[in-house]
Write a new protein. Structure first.
Ligand SMILES: [Fe+2]
Ligand SMILES: [Fe+2]
Length: 311
């Protein structure tokens, strides 16, 4: 049975049936009459909100949690499109696995674009010592090679296999433009480059296969700093304690006002790069998903689409 094409199924009034993946635990909310379930189906980097109004129908999802199901859906609309689930049951077969729903960025493509940006950054003054340190960090056994596998988010930008490496590469491209625009920063080209690699490294511990990990509550900034401590001596022997502490400050402060406030110029710069990269990616993705040509932005309200190339 083919995976349900959720982009089609979400069309208003359309009735569809097929395998779906629930990747995160759905929520129960209390409605006017009864409780209802709200959650998301996940398909290749996109999430599709669903609702289940009947306890008799959603009980099975409470019992079995995230996983593959067969769902019967109706495309619906209320403050944006969603799917009403009329029936849902466990997927009985074994042909489909979570991987079939994951999609993701091909490893070779990730490696090629990383090599490309490495060359460009080297041209703006990033040293071999920095690349050596980056390679050493990414090869640490604690990361289990997952820098190129984990997503960058569970619900938002780059929630696909390889999303973390992709997000990091896109930030490095922005950094390279900033180093060209502000030659004064070239003195800190190594620090900024290494910090961009490390800023979200803790996501490898916060997430597991695009879902929250067991210890998600100790967030990726905390876990990133913990990871950095493991290679403290390697960093200080190549640079100095200032470099190490500055990198820590970037991991701690890269969420700007939505976390510990930045305490260094490096942390503020990496925060701006992070926001620019993730918000642009999110806007484009939302626009590609928006059937009516309008998207709803949490701060700005409705935004009219701009012309884009269809994927
Ligand atoms: Fe982050
Ligand atoms: Fe980030």
């Amino acid at each position: 049975m083919d995976i349900l094409d959720l982009n089609q199924a979400i069309e208003k009034g359309r009735v569809s049936r097929g395998p779906v993946l629930i990747n995160n635990k759905p929520d129960l909310r209390s409605g006017k009459r009864d409780d209802y379930m709200t959650g998301e189906f996940y398909l290749r980097g996109q999430t599709f909100p669903f609702r289940i109004w009947d306890k008799g129908i959603y009980d099975i999802v409470i019992e079995y949690g995230p996983g593959i199901y067969i769902a019967e859906t109706v495309g619906s609309e209320f403050n944006g499109p969603y799917l009403t689930v009329r029936g849902i049951d466990l997927y009985p077969g074994s042909d489909l696995t979570r991987n079939d729903f994951m999609g993701g960025i091909p490893r070779q493509q990730l490696m090629d674009s990383l090599e490309d940006i490495k060359r460009r950054l080297t041209a703006t003054g990033v040293s071999d010592t920095c690349w050596e340190l980056v390679n050493l960090a990414l090869a640490q056994p604690a990361l289990e090679g997952r820098f190129f596998i984990e997503g960058a988010a569970v619900r938002h930008h780059d929630n696909v296999i390889g999303g973390l490496a992709h997000h990091t590469t896109k930030m490095l491209r922005i950094l390279s433009a900033l180093l060209e625009n502000n030659p004064e920063l070239q003195e800190s080209a190594d620090l900024l480059t290494f910090s961009v690699f490390m800023h979200d490294i803790g996501k490898i511990f916060e997430y597991r296969d695009l879902d929250l990990s067991e210890f998600w509550f100790s967030n990726h900034r905390v876990r990133g700093i913990e990871f950095l401590a493991e290679i403290r001596d390697e960093i200080i022997s190549r640079y100095d304690e200032v470099f190490y502490r500055q990198t820590q400050s970037v991991i701690a402060g890269h969420h700007g006002q939505y976390g510990d406030r930045p305490t260094t110029v490096a942390a503020a710069i990496v925060h701006y790069i992070d926001v620019l990269e993730s918000q642009t990616t999110e806007l484009v993705r939302e626009q590609l998903n928006a059937p009516g040509g309008k998207i709803r932005h949490p701060d700005f309200g409705f935004l009219q689409e701009i012309p884009t190339i269809e994927e």
